[in-house]
Design a protein around this ligand. Structure first.
Ligand code: FAD
Length: 421
């Protein structure tokens, strides 16, 4: 090992939701954590984010839920409508029985707000945060990992968390796959809510389901902003064009939809288009002293609104798996990593694979036409409010792979306290 390498117990690569959450979890467990991010500043591009109770429970256990609620919105209902007729198909009330059952609220929040809450928590906990660092490769040998950066610097760590997102290059250490295009493209936008904003449904998450398209709307920032996401299948992708899914296709995709949907397209920022990708699930996320987390491990289509939620779950399970990482004299137990990464990977891979696969199928059911649409609508309409049979596996507290609501040590687990003698 070279003498000029920067050393740290844990190196986190990537400062998105997954990297920040993972860094916070490991720092809370006593490790010395450095997080490096390629962008010149920390932040999130995009608009709103839905945080289901399986994620808000994690914020609650970290003492961050109050901050999210101060700036976010607790929508009253999740409502599905047919985009061609406007007819309501089904709704789920998100307060009362729902919140009680899942132990935390459903919150919608601006991405940049959630990112800031996690960033500030990392800063307060003492995570070392470094921008302008592009990690090109990680070598893991024995009980050390080394990360090599584009500027020629080297970081040496006992463990590396690869949180480098959908296009993760570090995933190459465990798999040879690549992102899979869904042929769908998203446009997003947030606009101020004014007296002129159509009043209908402003307290809810509304999903309009159309043939080969859908549109989602919900309020943000205490009801000051309206978030809109339009997602449609691109004909030019199917023709093999590289820059598929332009604004002309966007407008054409919604031509058969009700006026409320067509009007909502005006709220989109059309300067950035977001082609929708995921990857096939993989079982192994670990190579020696490096583990994948978040989208690097399990990128998914957004139909279940779970990508960031699953990243938070990852971090909380990793936190439980790394209890007892640090000795009371401050040294990190070097043999803890192998067992901890194996426990983390073992607990999480099957659950996130199910979310990835279900997101694909759920999205297909949204975009059908003809007989399939008639049948889909009949099925949705037959479902009553507070029928939890389709939600429990995703939002429930005791499902396999779901983190404890309080850290394992506080829950009196057999793993013992945060620090061990
Ligand atoms: C349209 C849309 C709607 C969505 N809605 C929801 C929702 O409602 N709820 C929800 O939970 N999820 C949602 N998601 C998913 C969610 O946005 C992602 O799952 C989540 O942001 C992934 O976080 P991440 O940290 O794993 O990856 P990223 O956010 O991609 O972060 C990766 C970070 O790593 C950095 N990086 C990459 N490579 C390197 C390198 N080599 N060296 C250093 N730094 C590097 C990048 O700059 C980036 O900052 C949605 C996604 C989309 C596209």
């Amino acid at each position: 090992m070279s003498n000029d390498a920067a050393t740290t117990d844990v190196l986190v690569v990537g400062g998105g939701m997954a990297g920040l959450a993972g860094a916070l979890a490991l720092k809370e467990n006593g490790a010395d954590v450095t997080l490096v991010e390629v962008a010149p500043a920390f932040g999130e591009v995009g608009a709103g984010l839905q945080m289901a109770p399986n994620a808000s429970r994690v914020l609650k256990r970290w003492g961050l839920l109050e901050k999210a609620l101060e700036i976010g919105v607790q929508p009253k209902h999740l409502v599905f409508r047919d985009a061609v007729t406007g007819e309501e198909l089904t709704r789920q009330s998100l307060g009362g029985e729902f919140e009680e059952r899942y132990g935390a609220p459903y919150v919608v929040i601006h991405r940049s707000d959630l990112h800031r809450i996690l960033l500030e928590a990392c800063q307060e906990a003492g995570v070392t945060l470094v921008n302008d660092v592009l990690v090109q490769r990680v070598e893991t040998e024995g009980d050390k990992a080394r990360a090599y950066t584009a500027s020629g610097d080297v970081y040496e760590a006992d463990a590396v968390l690869a949180a480098d997102g959908l296009k993760s290059s570090l995933r190459g250490g465990v798999a040879t796959d690549g992102p899979v295009s869904s042929a769908y493209v998203a446009y997003r936008g947030t606009v101020p809510i004014t007296p002129e904003t159509p009043a209908a449904d402003l307290e809810d998450v509304i999903v309009y389901l159309g043939p080969n398209c859908h549109l989602v709307q919900y309020p943000l920032r205490k009801g000051e902003l309206l978030n809109t996401v339009a997602v449609f299948k691109s004909a030019s992708f199917e023709r093999g064009e590289e820059q598929y899914g332009g604004v002309d296709e966007l407008e054409a995709a919604y031509a058969g939809c009700v006026p409320a949907v067509q009007e909502a397209l005006k709220n989109l920022a059309t300067g950035i288009r977001w082609p929708m990708y995921d990857r096939d699930p993989i079982e192994n996320w670990v190579s020696g002293r490096m583990a994948l987390i978040g989208d690097a491990a399990h990128p998914m289509l957004q139909y279940l609104a779970q990508g960031a939620c699953q990243a938070l779950e990852d971090a909380a399970v990793l936190q439980d798996a790394t209890q007892g990482l640090v000795f009371t004299d401050g040294r990190v137990n070097p043999s803890a990593w192998e067992a901890a990464f194996s426990e983390f990977n073992g607990a999480r891979a099957a659950r996130t694979a199910r979310v990835q696969r279900t997101a694909r199928i759920w999205g297909e059911s949204w975009h059908v036409d003809g007989v399939a649409r008639v049948l889909r609508n009949m099925l949705f309409k037959s479902r009553g409010d507070n029928n939890f049979q389709y939600n429990d596996w995703l939002y429930g507290r005791n499902e396999p792979g779901v983190p404890a609501e309080v850290p394992a040590a506080s829950a009196g687990s057999a793993r013992g306290s945060l620090v061990e003698a």
